[in-house]
Design a protein around this ligand. Sequence first.
Ligand code: ATP
Ligand code: MG
Length: 250
Amino acid sequence: MIEFKNVSKTYPNGTKGLKNINLKIEKGEFIVIVGLSGAGKSTFLRSINRLHEITEGEILIDGKSITATRGGELLKMRRDIGMIFQNFNLVKRSSVLRNVLSGRVAYHGTLRMLLGMFPKEDKELAFQALDRVNMLEKAYSRADELSGGQQQRVSIARVLAQKAKLILADEPVASLDPLTTEQVMNDLKHINEQDGITTIVNLHYIDLARKYATRIIGLRAGEVVFDGPVEEATDECFAEIYGRQLEKMN
Ligand SMILES: Nc1ncnc2c1ncn2[C@@H]1O[C@H](COP(=O)(O)OP(=O)(O)OP(=O)(O)O)[C@@H](O)[C@H]1O
Ligand SMILES: [Mg+2]
């Protein structure tokens, strides 16, 4: 589904965010990207939907180069990619329902959305999405009245309403407590398993990576230093990914 071909990213100040990445991600995988702060996890994730531009190589999605795509075609490709952020990125003063409906913007254009002209089917989709993350009863609450975990579940519902085929989540649980973290990760996992939506998550915690991933990709200084099924990600592998700092910490 996704292919990285000789992908490198050098930031304008000369920092190398990614170094010659070559890998393939198949439909339905649940991938967790791990690595130290600054290893390139966000750069990797954001390269896929071109929130960051790569400087070398090419990224293919379903055989089509998103790197080379422009204009309306790019918008269409992005429509299939849902993004979940650490800080939820909700419109705080809007209702939960409105926020979820904004997942439909790419299908109808912004003007209709601003005027609040959502087709009936979209509202149904939005309610269904909220139901799946157990947030139906909050549909008419303002987004800023929700707890962090609830806000993150709304942002998952937004991606569901978007009918994304690929979910990119950049540290989706970094600001949540352990119980809420489990709820949010379980929601992502259920959606991945039930809908077959390919999911790529950046995480800081090894135990979470082990619990939810089918495959782990370890980055260090912009390079892939581990890529394999979760069963193969031994403590030694993690030590390698984290450059032996883990052992020192322990
Ligand atoms: N806009 C930017 N300009 C210059 N360098 C950047 C920029 N964004 C990131 N970098 C650098 O690129 C490297 C990779 O950063 P990235 O944000 O991808 O790391 P990360 O693994 O997501 O880290 P964290 O766990 O702290 O979120 C780092 O060295 C970082 O300083
Ligand atoms: Mg990051």
